[in-house]
Design a protein around this ligand. Structure first.
Ligand code: DGT
Ligand code: CA
Ligand code: CA
Length: 361
């Protein structure tokens, strides 16, 4: 279960936060190029200003013209301040999610599979709790999209703002996506949309049923398959923290969907070989072993074990992956489509006997 949280009219809302008196007025945050007083463009605006047609990217002189006669407030961007607020919210998210992937200053994916399981009802309550907590602690409103994967969560989030909460269940994914224009999919810009239009593809639904082989001929293998899968709501990208190598992971698709432990472990053994090779090259010790599961209903789940001390041997990964899957399979009745293995919590510390360690400390 994945959430995409996006903060509402973010820069402008931050400005309202430190100066609530401007809340009832049109607020425009602009990047001033400095050449003349009004040269530059709108970075963002609050929803009152948007009613006047003032949106991101609009030249400032045009924004001024549109807002003539109002009490509009124009302010320069203050990235440092917005980042401070953003960091406070991201830290709140960390309490609620097993994995957090920040995609921009005002956007993050949360993997909450461990917290809400496969229940979209629980997901709703959980999302409302997060929204309320951020509002109470920081004072910022945000919109959450809930879906079985990142792709669906993102499009769900975009469909109703501000202060929104849109939930798309696994079984609703196709009908939810079908009527939307293709440019709502990540990676379909003006050019690609125009080409698809010529092929008779206007909506995501058109794309979903379009012959995959012909998409591959038109756009190449990687993009063709991506477009086909995306239009069908299929996305298996895990939510993962960006940045320097904080983890090493590998995901693979099973030959067939299964609920059989041995069959799963056969696959994870292959993945562990790859992961282990990479971590040995870097000479890292690690403390956390995780598994990732994509079920037949496309819901994603992850489980982790954090060890008391850093280790650096393959057998420990194997043993813990086995423990995690035994437990997971006993709790989830769903067949599994894809599996992943991840190690994290890196250090250069050499593994030691605990008794020896306690001697020195
Ligand atoms: P919304 O629609 O309620 O999510 O509104 P925003 O303003 O949060 O829009 P979003 O999420 O697309 O962008 C987040 C921030 O990124 C926004 O507050 C300002 C900045 N930004 C967005 N688009 C532009 C742009 O075209 N130019 C510049 N300079 N900044 C932008
Ligand atoms: Ca936003
Ligand atoms: Ca955003």
């Amino acid at each position: 279960m994945i959430f995409l949280a996006d903060f509402d009219y973010f820069f402008a809302q931050c400005e309202e936060l430190r100066n609530p008196a401007i809340k009832e007025k049109p607020v425009v945050v602009g990047v001033y190029s400095g050449r003349t007083e009004d040269s530059g463009a709108v970075s963002t605006s609050n929803y009152i200003a948007r009613k006047y047609g003032v949106k991101s990217g609009l030249p400032l002189f045009m924004a001024k013209r549109k807002l003539e006669g109002t009490e509009a407030v124009f302010l320069p961007v203050d990235h440092e301040y917005y980042e401070q607020i953003s960091n406070r919210i991201m830290n709140i998210f960390r309490k609620y999610a097993s994995e957090l992937e920040q995609v921009s200053v005002d956007e993050a994916y949360l993997d909450v599979s461990e917290q809400v399981g496969c229940s979209f009802g629980k997901a709703r309550d959980y999302a409302l709790t997060i929204k309320a907590d951020v509002k109470a602690q920081v004072g910022i409103s945000l919109t959450i999209g809930v879906g079985p994967n990142k792709l669906v969560a993102k499009i769900a989030c975009d469909s109703q703002k501000p202060d929104g909460l849109t939930i798309v269940r696994s079984e609703q994914t196709k009908e939810f996506l079908a009527p939307l224009p293709i440019n709502r999919l990540l990676g379909i810009g003006k050019k690609t949309a125009a080409r698809m239009d010529q092929m008779g593809i206007k909506t995501i639904g058109d794309l979903a049923v379009y012959d995959c082989q012909r998409l591959i001929e038109g756009f190449g293998k990687v993009l063709g398959i991506y477009f086909h899968n995306a239009a069908n709501g299929i996305d298996n990208e895990p939510v993962k923290e960006q940045g320097e190598a904080e983890s090493i992971s590998k995901i693979g698709t099973l030959k067939y969907d299964t609920h059989n432990l041995d069959f799963v472990l056969q696959k994870t053994d292959e993945l562990i070989d790859v992961v282990f090779e990479e971590v040995s090259k870097k000479e890292y010790s690690f403390k956390t072993v995780s598994i990732y599961v994509v079920n037949v209903d496309l819901s994603g789940k992850s489980r982790s074990i954090t060890l008391e001390q850093p280790v650096k041997d393959k057998e420990t990964i194997r043993r813990n992956v086995r423990i995690l899957f035994e437990k997971y399979l006993s709790e989830s009745p769903l067949e599994i489509r894809r599996v992943g293995v991840k190690i994290s919590g890196f250090s250069k510390e050499e593994p030691q006997q605990k008794s020896l360690m306690s001697f020195f400390t």
